[in-house]
Ligand binder design. Structure first.
Ligand code: ATP
Ligand code: MG
Length: 225
């Protein structure tokens, strides 16, 4: 049996803010097999974004382990983690997070350039074309609509064919029609890349398009039928 793409074991996340310590996640165990599209739902503040941050290694758990493609993230130092993340995980956020001074094409090429790929621009151009944005490749993010910015973010997340795509309410800032077009595109491009997907969403239609759904409630995670 190959390692699952994601294995979260007994995750606990306790954060200390100005108002004191809060237990965000108390005991989360979750296995996501290769090629699975998993929806993560739950009320606002339940810890969905925190769960994705732990899975991406952007946040370290208070206890428990995060294994991605069989590698325990706790074994990496910050540099190793950044390199591993760059190769293995594509991330799409609700608010796009594009680099404002770079064109669409440069934003998409960035992960490849960071990985030292001499063919970065050509590959980025191809993926951008797959998202229907060839004609916008020279535009800065401010010169793109919300839906276009999210398509650029999606192209950037998938340009180096990572085995895992993490998406945090990727259509939360878009109108229904644009959101649905971006969703179609996300599932298409992820399927072409063979990527496993963890998708945080409040949208039941998006959740239904995933093979599995888990709900985060009271700091734990349960499978929803
Ligand atoms: N640095 C911090 N210190 C203390 N508490 C925090 C910190 N960051 C986030 N929280 C709390 O963690 C909880 C979970 O936040 P998270 O962003 O994961 O929720 P969410 O499920 O993604 O919510 P939403 O659906 O609104 O995006 C929230 O109650 C939030 O107030
Ligand atoms: Mg959130």
């Amino acid at each position: 049996m190959p390692d699952p793409v994601v294995r979260l074991s007994s995750l606990h996340l306790r954060l200390t803010g100005a108002a004191g310590a809060v237990n965000i996640l108390r005991d989360v165990t979750l296995v996501v097999e290769e090629g699975c599209h998993l929806a993560v739902i739950g009320p606002s503040g339940s810890g969905k974004s925190s769960l994705l941050a732990l899975t991406a290694g952007l946040e370290r758990p208070t206890s428990g382990t995060v294994e991605i493609t069989g590698r325990n993230l706790a074994a990496f130092d910050e540099d190793e983690l950044a390199t591993f993340r760059g190769r293995t995980i594509g991330i799409v956020f609700q608010s796009f997070h594009l680099i404002t001074t770079m064109t669409a094409l440069e934003n998409v090429a960035l992960p490849l350039e960071l990985a030292g790929d001499a063919d970065a621009i050509r590959k980025a151009r191809r993926v951008l074309a797959e998202t229907g944005l060839e004609a916008r490749s020279g535009h800065l993010p401010v010169e793109l609509s919300g839906g276009e910015q999210q398509r650029v973010a999606l192209a950037r997340a998938l340009v180096n064919r990572p085995p895992l795509l993490l998406a945090d309410e990727p259509t939360g800032n878009l109108d229904n029609e644009t959101g649905s077009a971006v969703t179609d595109l996300m599932f298409d491009v992820a399927a072409q890349a063979g990527a496993t997907v963890m998708l945080v969403t409040h949208n039941p239609d998006m959740a239904r398009r995933c093979q599995r759904t888990v709900a985060i409630e009271n700091g734990t995670c349960r499978e929803v039928a």
